[in-house]
Design a protein around this ligand. Structure first.
Ligand code: GTP
Ligand code: MG
Ligand code: ZN
Length: 372
């Protein structure tokens, strides 16, 4: 029987089988090859380029390899202590969405950190401008957001009531590029996708009267082609946006604070009670908003905690691996009598093995897990 191997892109991920679009446009439902999901749990995410293998006789193709990613959107897996979760791969831009009338600045800061951490271009889109009392109100909000996101991040305003408002968003996603939409449930991500496409391709949902929160209408991740543009990835609104390895992202999102920190007397100043702290001085002078300072400190602390947990998990793995080796040496009998030289040799070999393993883990994407 003939097997064909081809390269494709994961264009839809739901609870079923990943949908892969091949270069010739054909779409295939795929399963992960067992060799891929064993042990290191490699799972393709939306945007991944994958090598698939298929045969006429099978209704599903097999994903046999996930090609190296140029970019990843990563958060901390909300269900585990020290595991990252990749939400999307290989995009050019992250579009952070927030509702015009009730921008949550704390959440926006966190979204910006995650977005900047990817290295992609970042933009902000404020949705539902028609719900504001006046244009002035929208402009005020936009100014506050601009002050927060900095000059390099474009801040656009859209509204379903003004379909032409999305043209500026389309301009951010030229042909051949992909943008990922992030933002909480109910903010209007799918509605924005529909406006860009010009018809309802994505289901949209109602929001709760009380707090405007959405009901998680979108449950799959989908890459949608937009006319006169590239692709947008519609994502389910996520609640938890725990940071993972986000120092670089914080550095960009809080460039002003980090610049001030350069002037602190101590290199490792935590901006708590240290003398000569330039950051706290700026807060006292009113040059740096206290809220922003507090966000910075708490986001920094969060990445620090994740880093510690990661170290801990690594250390425990190492311990377990060593205990396992000791156990197998004992049960192996003869090896146990090999004396200290034999013991050292084994542990040197095992530490080399561990280095390889952790090298793969921190550099590549292979052990990162896919999920909601
Ligand atoms: N007034 C107004 N309502 C809007 C606008 N855009 C979206 N909505 C409404 O907001 C609700 C939620 O919109 P969705 O597009 O489903 O939100 P979402 O971000 O995709 O939500 P999830 O899929 O749950 O993450 C729907 O009832 C939309 O009609 C807008 O510009 N103006
Ligand atoms: Mg949606
Ligand atoms: Zn300081």
């Amino acid at each position: 029987m003939e097997e064909t191997v081809a390269i494709g892109c994961v264009v839809k991920l739901d609870r079923g089988f990943p949908l892969v679009r091949l270069e010739d446009g054909a779409e295939l439902r795929c399963k992960h090859a067992t060799s891929l999901v064993k042990g290191e749990r490699v799972r393709a995410v939306i945007g991944d380029r994958v090598r698939v293998s298929f045969a006429e006789r099978n209704d599903k193709a097999l994903i046999v390899e996930v090609l190296p990613r140029s970019r990843e959107l990563v958060r901390k897996d909300p269900t585990e202590r020290a595991v990252p979760q990749v939400l999307a791969a290989n995009f050019d831009r992250v579009i952070v969405t927030q509702p015009s009338v009730e921008v949550n600045m704390r959440r926006l800061e966190r979204e910006l950190v995650l977005a900047h951490e990817t290295g992609a271009a970042v933009s902000v889109v404020l949705t539902k401008a028609d719900l504001a009392e006046s244009e002035d109100e929208v402009e005020r909000v936009r100014e506050r957001v601009r002050a927060l996101v900095g000059a390099d991040v474009e801040t656009l305003v859209v509204s379903e009531a003004m379909p032409e408002s999305v043209e500026a968003v389309r301009a951010l996603v030229p042909e051949g590029t992909t943008a990922v939409l992030i933002g909480r449930s109910g903010v209007g991500k799918s509605s924005l996708v529909n406006l860009l496409v010009g018809r309802d391709v994505q289901e949209t949902g109602t929001v709760r009267e009380t707090d405007g929160a959405g009901r998680h209408t979108t449950v799959s991740r989908e890459m949608v082609a937009i006319p006169h543009g590239g692709y947008v990835v519609d994502m389910p609104g996520v609640r938890g946006l725990g940071l993972w390895d986000a120092d670089a992202g914080i550095g960009v999102a809080f460039a002003d604070v980090e610049e001030l920190a350069e002037q602190c007397r101590f290199r490792d100043c935590k901006h708590e009670n240290e003398p000569g702290c330039a950051v706290r001085a700026a807060v006292e002078r009113g040059d740096l908003a206290r809220e922003r300072f507090e966000s910075y400190v708490s986001l920094k602390r969060e990445t620090e905690v994740v880093r510690e947990r990661r170290e801990q998990a690594r250390w425990m793995q190492r311990e377990q691996a060593q205990a396992g080796l000791r156990g197998s040496r004992r049960s192996g009998g003869a090896a146990g009598t090999g004396g200290s030289a034999g013991g050292r040799k084994t542990s040197a070999a095992s530490s080399k093995m561990r280095r390889n393993k952790s090298g793969r883990g921190s550099g590549g994407s292979s052990w990162r897990k896919y999920g909601q």
